[in-house]
Ligand binder design. Structure first.
Ligand code: PLP
Length: 332
Protein backbone atom coordinates (compact mmCIF):
# COMPACT_ATOMS: atom_id res chain seq x y z
CA UNK A 1 0.00 0.00 0.00
CA UNK A 2 1.25 3.52 -0.81
CA UNK A 3 2.26 5.80 2.05
CA UNK A 4 -0.47 8.10 3.42
CA UNK A 5 -0.98 11.14 1.19
CA UNK A 6 1.17 10.11 -1.77
CA UNK A 7 -1.60 9.24 -4.24
CA UNK A 8 -3.57 12.15 -5.72
CA UNK A 9 -6.61 12.53 -7.91
CA UNK A 10 -5.47 13.83 -11.33
CA UNK A 11 -7.30 17.17 -11.06
CA UNK A 12 -7.78 19.78 -8.37
CA UNK A 13 -10.05 22.78 -7.89
CA UNK A 14 -8.12 26.07 -8.02
CA UNK A 15 -8.89 29.78 -7.65
CA UNK A 16 -6.54 32.78 -7.70
CA UNK A 17 -6.76 36.09 -5.91
CA UNK A 18 -5.36 38.66 -8.32
CA UNK A 19 -6.22 42.28 -9.11
CA UNK A 20 -8.15 42.34 -5.84
CA UNK A 21 -10.60 39.63 -6.77
CA UNK A 22 -11.03 35.89 -6.82
CA UNK A 23 -11.13 34.14 -10.18
CA UNK A 24 -13.90 31.59 -10.77
CA UNK A 25 -12.99 28.04 -9.71
CA UNK A 26 -11.32 25.95 -12.38
CA UNK A 27 -10.22 22.32 -12.43
CA UNK A 28 -6.58 21.87 -13.42
CA UNK A 29 -4.10 18.96 -13.44
CA UNK A 30 -2.94 18.31 -9.87
CA UNK A 31 0.63 17.24 -10.67
CA UNK A 32 2.22 20.66 -11.11
CA UNK A 33 1.89 24.32 -10.28
CA UNK A 34 3.78 27.23 -11.81
CA UNK A 35 5.14 29.64 -9.20
CA UNK A 36 7.68 32.41 -9.48
CA UNK A 37 10.84 31.35 -7.59
CA UNK A 38 10.48 34.58 -5.65
CA UNK A 39 6.92 33.74 -4.56
CA UNK A 40 6.10 35.00 -1.07
CA UNK A 41 5.17 31.51 0.19
CA UNK A 42 8.60 30.09 -0.71
CA UNK A 43 10.47 32.72 1.30
CA UNK A 44 8.18 33.95 4.05
CA UNK A 45 5.93 30.91 4.59
CA UNK A 46 2.60 32.56 3.74
CA UNK A 47 0.88 29.18 3.65
CA UNK A 48 -1.93 27.41 5.43
CA UNK A 49 -3.84 24.21 4.83
CA UNK A 50 -6.63 22.01 6.08
CA UNK A 51 -7.15 18.27 6.35
CA UNK A 52 -10.60 16.66 6.28
CA UNK A 53 -12.14 13.48 4.96
CA UNK A 54 -15.00 12.22 2.81
CA UNK A 55 -16.42 8.79 3.65
CA UNK A 56 -18.38 6.28 1.59
CA UNK A 57 -21.37 4.78 3.39
CA UNK A 58 -22.83 1.31 2.88
CA UNK A 59 -25.65 2.85 0.78
CA UNK A 60 -23.00 4.13 -1.65
CA UNK A 61 -23.39 7.80 -0.66
CA UNK A 62 -20.31 9.99 -0.10
CA UNK A 63 -20.28 12.29 2.94
CA UNK A 64 -17.78 14.94 4.06
CA UNK A 65 -17.08 15.13 7.80
CA UNK A 66 -17.28 18.55 9.55
CA UNK A 67 -16.42 20.52 6.42
CA UNK A 68 -17.72 23.84 7.75
CA UNK A 69 -15.50 23.64 10.85
CA UNK A 70 -12.45 23.09 8.62
CA UNK A 71 -13.42 26.00 6.37
CA UNK A 72 -13.80 28.30 9.40
CA UNK A 73 -10.39 27.24 10.70
CA UNK A 74 -8.85 27.88 7.27
CA UNK A 75 -10.42 31.33 7.30
CA UNK A 76 -8.84 31.97 10.70
CA UNK A 77 -5.41 30.75 9.52
CA UNK A 78 -5.75 32.97 6.44
CA UNK A 79 -6.52 35.98 8.61
CA UNK A 80 -3.67 35.37 11.04
CA UNK A 81 -1.22 35.01 8.12
CA UNK A 82 -2.57 38.15 6.46
CA UNK A 83 -3.34 36.26 3.27
CA UNK A 84 -6.21 37.62 1.11
CA UNK A 85 -9.60 36.67 2.57
CA UNK A 86 -11.41 34.03 0.53
CA UNK A 87 -15.11 33.47 0.05
CA UNK A 88 -16.08 30.58 2.33
CA UNK A 89 -18.90 29.61 -0.02
CA UNK A 90 -16.43 29.34 -2.90
CA UNK A 91 -14.09 27.05 -0.94
CA UNK A 92 -17.10 24.96 0.08
CA UNK A 93 -18.04 24.54 -3.58
CA UNK A 94 -14.43 23.75 -4.54
CA UNK A 95 -14.36 20.93 -1.98
CA UNK A 96 -17.80 19.55 -2.85
CA UNK A 97 -17.27 19.79 -6.63
CA UNK A 98 -13.89 18.04 -6.36
CA UNK A 99 -15.17 15.19 -4.22
CA UNK A 100 -18.18 14.81 -6.51
CA UNK A 101 -15.95 14.67 -9.57
CA UNK A 102 -13.97 11.80 -8.05
CA UNK A 103 -16.78 10.24 -6.00
CA UNK A 104 -16.22 6.83 -7.58
CA UNK A 105 -12.63 6.89 -6.23
CA UNK A 106 -13.65 7.36 -2.59
CA UNK A 107 -12.59 4.11 -0.86
CA UNK A 108 -15.00 2.09 1.27
CA UNK A 109 -14.66 2.46 5.05
CA UNK A 110 -12.30 2.22 6.86
CA UNK A 111 -10.64 4.04 3.96
CA UNK A 112 -11.63 7.58 2.95
CA UNK A 113 -10.84 10.46 0.60
CA UNK A 114 -8.49 12.85 2.38
CA UNK A 115 -9.09 16.47 1.33
CA UNK A 116 -6.29 19.04 1.52
CA UNK A 117 -7.31 22.67 0.88
CA UNK A 118 -4.20 24.87 0.61
CA UNK A 119 -3.80 28.65 0.48
CA UNK A 120 -0.47 30.27 -0.48
CA UNK A 121 0.86 33.79 -1.06
CA UNK A 122 2.16 34.20 -4.61
CA UNK A 123 3.57 37.74 -4.88
CA UNK A 124 6.94 37.60 -6.66
CA UNK A 125 8.51 40.01 -4.18
CA UNK A 126 11.48 38.97 -2.03
CA UNK A 127 11.45 42.41 -0.43
CA UNK A 128 8.20 41.57 1.37
CA UNK A 129 9.69 39.93 4.47
CA UNK A 130 7.56 42.21 6.63
CA UNK A 131 4.64 42.74 4.26
CA UNK A 132 1.79 40.46 3.24
CA UNK A 133 1.29 38.84 -0.15
CA UNK A 134 -1.41 40.68 -2.09
CA UNK A 135 -1.99 37.79 -4.47
CA UNK A 136 -2.68 34.20 -3.57
CA UNK A 137 -3.67 30.78 -4.77
CA UNK A 138 -6.27 28.49 -3.23
CA UNK A 139 -6.47 24.84 -4.29
CA UNK A 140 -7.91 21.58 -3.04
CA UNK A 141 -5.96 18.32 -3.38
CA UNK A 142 -7.69 14.95 -3.01
CA UNK A 143 -5.91 11.83 -1.84
CA UNK A 144 -7.59 8.44 -1.29
CA UNK A 145 -6.30 6.88 1.93
CA UNK A 146 -6.55 3.40 3.41
CA UNK A 147 -6.98 2.23 6.96
CA UNK A 148 -4.50 4.03 9.18
CA UNK A 149 -4.84 1.15 11.66
CA UNK A 150 -4.07 -1.59 9.16
CA UNK A 151 -0.91 -2.33 11.17
CA UNK A 152 -3.06 -2.97 14.27
CA UNK A 153 -2.87 0.58 15.59
CA UNK A 154 0.02 0.04 17.96
CA UNK A 155 0.24 2.28 21.00
CA UNK A 156 2.61 5.22 20.66
CA UNK A 157 5.60 6.31 22.71
CA UNK A 158 5.80 10.06 23.38
CA UNK A 159 8.84 11.98 24.56
CA UNK A 160 7.88 14.82 26.91
CA UNK A 161 9.60 18.03 25.86
CA UNK A 162 9.43 20.46 28.76
CA UNK A 163 11.71 23.21 27.48
CA UNK A 164 11.24 23.81 23.78
CA UNK A 165 7.90 24.51 22.16
CA UNK A 166 6.33 23.35 18.93
CA UNK A 167 5.98 26.82 17.45
CA UNK A 168 5.75 30.47 18.44
CA UNK A 169 2.95 30.68 21.04
CA UNK A 170 0.87 33.20 19.05
CA UNK A 171 0.93 30.89 15.98
CA UNK A 172 -0.39 27.72 17.60
CA UNK A 173 -3.90 27.96 16.15
CA UNK A 174 -2.64 28.48 12.58
CA UNK A 175 -2.38 25.35 10.44
CA UNK A 176 0.68 26.64 8.66
CA UNK A 177 3.82 25.11 7.15
CA UNK A 178 6.32 27.00 9.28
CA UNK A 179 4.98 25.44 12.48
CA UNK A 180 5.78 21.92 11.21
CA UNK A 181 9.26 23.00 10.13
CA UNK A 182 9.77 24.38 13.61
CA UNK A 183 8.77 21.08 15.29
CA UNK A 184 10.72 18.78 12.98
CA UNK A 185 14.14 19.07 14.65
CA UNK A 186 12.90 18.04 18.11
CA UNK A 187 10.83 15.19 16.60
CA UNK A 188 13.81 13.78 14.69
CA UNK A 189 16.01 14.01 17.81
CA UNK A 190 13.37 12.21 19.88
CA UNK A 191 13.24 9.41 17.31
CA UNK A 192 17.00 9.10 17.10
CA UNK A 193 17.78 9.35 20.82
CA UNK A 194 14.76 7.64 22.42
CA UNK A 195 13.06 5.76 19.58
CA UNK A 196 9.97 7.83 20.44
CA UNK A 197 7.14 8.07 17.89
CA UNK A 198 6.26 11.69 18.68
CA UNK A 199 7.16 14.58 20.93
CA UNK A 200 4.56 15.87 23.38
CA UNK A 201 5.34 19.57 23.69
CA UNK A 202 4.95 20.75 27.31
CA UNK A 203 6.69 24.12 27.57
CA UNK A 204 7.32 24.97 31.24
CA UNK A 205 5.38 21.85 32.22
CA UNK A 206 2.18 22.84 30.33
CA UNK A 207 0.95 19.78 28.38
CA UNK A 208 -0.02 21.06 24.91
CA UNK A 209 0.09 18.74 21.88
CA UNK A 210 2.38 16.76 19.57
CA UNK A 211 3.67 17.84 16.15
CA UNK A 212 0.34 17.24 14.41
CA UNK A 213 -2.17 15.85 16.89
CA UNK A 214 -3.92 16.85 20.12
CA UNK A 215 -3.34 15.02 23.40
CA UNK A 216 -6.03 13.60 25.70
CA UNK A 217 -5.66 11.94 29.09
CA UNK A 218 -8.47 9.54 29.99
CA UNK A 219 -8.73 8.73 33.67
CA UNK A 220 -11.73 6.57 34.48
CA UNK A 221 -14.78 8.48 33.23
CA UNK A 222 -12.92 11.77 32.87
CA UNK A 223 -11.29 13.10 29.70
CA UNK A 224 -8.73 15.82 30.38
CA UNK A 225 -7.23 18.02 27.69
CA UNK A 226 -5.87 21.53 27.49
CA UNK A 227 -8.50 24.27 27.20
CA UNK A 228 -8.52 26.31 24.00
CA UNK A 229 -5.97 29.14 23.85
CA UNK A 230 -3.70 30.58 21.14
CA UNK A 231 -0.78 28.21 21.78
CA UNK A 232 -1.99 25.01 20.08
CA UNK A 233 -4.07 23.81 17.16
CA UNK A 234 -7.77 23.44 17.92
CA UNK A 235 -8.40 20.02 16.45
CA UNK A 236 -11.80 19.20 15.02
CA UNK A 237 -11.26 15.56 15.98
CA UNK A 238 -10.54 16.76 19.53
CA UNK A 239 -13.83 18.65 19.54
CA UNK A 240 -15.71 15.67 18.06
CA UNK A 241 -14.26 13.21 20.60
CA UNK A 242 -15.06 15.55 23.50
CA UNK A 243 -18.64 15.92 22.22
CA UNK A 244 -19.00 12.14 21.94
CA UNK A 245 -17.49 11.66 25.40
CA UNK A 246 -20.08 14.08 26.85
CA UNK A 247 -22.85 12.27 24.95
CA UNK A 248 -21.65 9.03 26.60
CA UNK A 249 -21.93 10.65 30.02
CA UNK A 250 -18.20 11.05 30.56
CA UNK A 251 -16.82 14.14 32.30
CA UNK A 252 -14.86 16.43 30.00
CA UNK A 253 -12.29 18.72 31.64
CA UNK A 254 -10.82 21.31 29.31
CA UNK A 255 -8.16 22.91 31.44
CA UNK A 256 -4.43 23.21 31.94
CA UNK A 257 -2.66 19.95 32.70
CA UNK A 258 0.86 19.93 34.13
CA UNK A 259 3.43 17.27 33.38
CA UNK A 260 3.52 16.37 37.09
CA UNK A 261 -0.22 15.72 37.17
CA UNK A 262 -0.05 13.85 33.85
CA UNK A 263 2.66 11.50 35.15
CA UNK A 264 0.84 10.93 38.43
CA UNK A 265 -2.50 10.12 36.81
CA UNK A 266 -1.12 8.25 33.80
CA UNK A 267 0.73 5.80 36.05
CA UNK A 268 -2.48 4.64 37.75
CA UNK A 269 -4.28 1.43 36.72
CA UNK A 270 -7.02 2.13 34.18
CA UNK A 271 -5.46 5.35 32.92
CA UNK A 272 -5.31 5.91 29.18
CA UNK A 273 -3.88 8.56 26.90
CA UNK A 274 -4.48 9.21 23.22
CA UNK A 275 -3.66 11.47 20.28
CA UNK A 276 -6.47 12.88 18.15
CA UNK A 277 -6.36 14.12 14.57
CA UNK A 278 -8.07 13.63 11.21
CA UNK A 279 -5.45 11.19 9.91
CA UNK A 280 -5.00 9.12 13.07
CA UNK A 281 -8.57 9.56 14.44
CA UNK A 282 -7.74 8.53 18.04
CA UNK A 283 -4.52 6.61 18.63
CA UNK A 284 -3.61 5.16 22.03
CA UNK A 285 -0.46 6.32 23.78
CA UNK A 286 1.25 3.45 25.61
CA UNK A 287 4.36 5.13 27.01
CA UNK A 288 5.66 8.52 28.07
CA UNK A 289 9.36 9.26 28.36
CA UNK A 290 10.45 11.87 30.92
CA UNK A 291 14.08 12.62 31.76
CA UNK A 292 15.08 9.40 29.98
CA UNK A 293 12.71 7.30 32.10
CA UNK A 294 9.85 5.31 30.50
CA UNK A 295 6.44 5.54 32.18
CA UNK A 296 3.75 3.09 31.08
CA UNK A 297 0.28 4.60 30.72
CA UNK A 298 -2.11 2.53 32.86
CA UNK A 299 -1.30 -1.07 33.61
CA UNK A 300 -3.60 -3.16 31.43
CA UNK A 301 -2.94 -1.38 28.16
CA UNK A 302 -6.26 -2.54 26.70
CA UNK A 303 -7.06 1.04 25.66
CA UNK A 304 -10.72 0.26 26.26
CA UNK A 305 -12.03 3.85 26.44
CA UNK A 306 -9.84 5.04 23.59
CA UNK A 307 -11.11 2.24 21.35
CA UNK A 308 -14.71 2.91 22.43
CA UNK A 309 -14.49 6.64 21.66
CA UNK A 310 -12.74 6.01 18.35
CA UNK A 311 -15.37 3.47 17.34
CA UNK A 312 -18.20 5.87 18.22
CA UNK A 313 -16.62 8.57 16.05
CA UNK A 314 -16.02 6.14 13.18
CA UNK A 315 -19.62 4.96 13.36
CA UNK A 316 -20.85 8.51 12.69
CA UNK A 317 -18.30 9.02 9.92
CA UNK A 318 -19.16 5.69 8.32
CA UNK A 319 -22.94 6.19 8.52
CA UNK A 320 -23.40 3.41 11.07
CA UNK A 321 -24.73 5.68 13.84
CA UNK A 322 -27.08 8.65 13.87
CA UNK A 323 -25.41 11.93 12.88
CA UNK A 324 -27.10 13.85 15.69
CA UNK A 325 -24.78 16.86 15.57
CA UNK A 326 -25.12 17.38 11.81
CA UNK A 327 -21.45 16.66 11.10
CA UNK A 328 -21.89 15.07 7.67
CA UNK A 329 -22.44 16.82 4.33
CA UNK A 330 -23.71 14.36 1.69
CA UNK A 331 -22.21 15.22 -1.70
CA UNK A 332 -22.80 12.16 -3.86
C1 PLP B 1 -4.24 19.25 12.15
C2 PLP B 1 -3.64 19.26 13.50
C3 PLP B 1 -4.27 18.71 14.62
C4 PLP B 1 -5.55 17.90 14.52
O1 PLP B 1 -6.59 18.63 14.00
P1 PLP B 1 -7.85 17.88 13.39
O2 PLP B 1 -8.77 18.97 13.02
O3 PLP B 1 -8.38 17.02 14.46
O4 PLP B 1 -7.37 17.09 12.23
C5 PLP B 1 -3.70 18.86 15.86
N1 PLP B 1 -2.52 19.50 16.00
C6 PLP B 1 -1.88 20.02 14.94
C7 PLP B 1 -0.59 20.73 15.17
C8 PLP B 1 -2.40 19.90 13.66
O5 PLP B 1 -1.74 20.39 12.62
Amino acid sequence: MSAFGTVFMPEMALARFEDNQWTPTEFVPSDSLTLHPGAHVLHYASTCFEGLKAFRHADGSVNIFRMDANIRRMEQSTQLLNLPAFDQAQLREMIIEGVRRFADQVPDAPGSMYIRPTHIGTDAAIGKAAAPSENSLLYVLLSPVGDYFAGGGKALTLLLEENGMRCAPHMGVVKSGGNYASALGPILSAKAEYDADQVLFCPNGDVQETGAANFLLIDGDEVITKGLDSTFLHGITRDSILTIARDMGMTVSERDLTVDELIERASKPGAEAALSGTAAVLTPVGRLIRHGKVINVGTEQTFEKTVKLRRALNEVQWGQAEDKHGWLTPVA
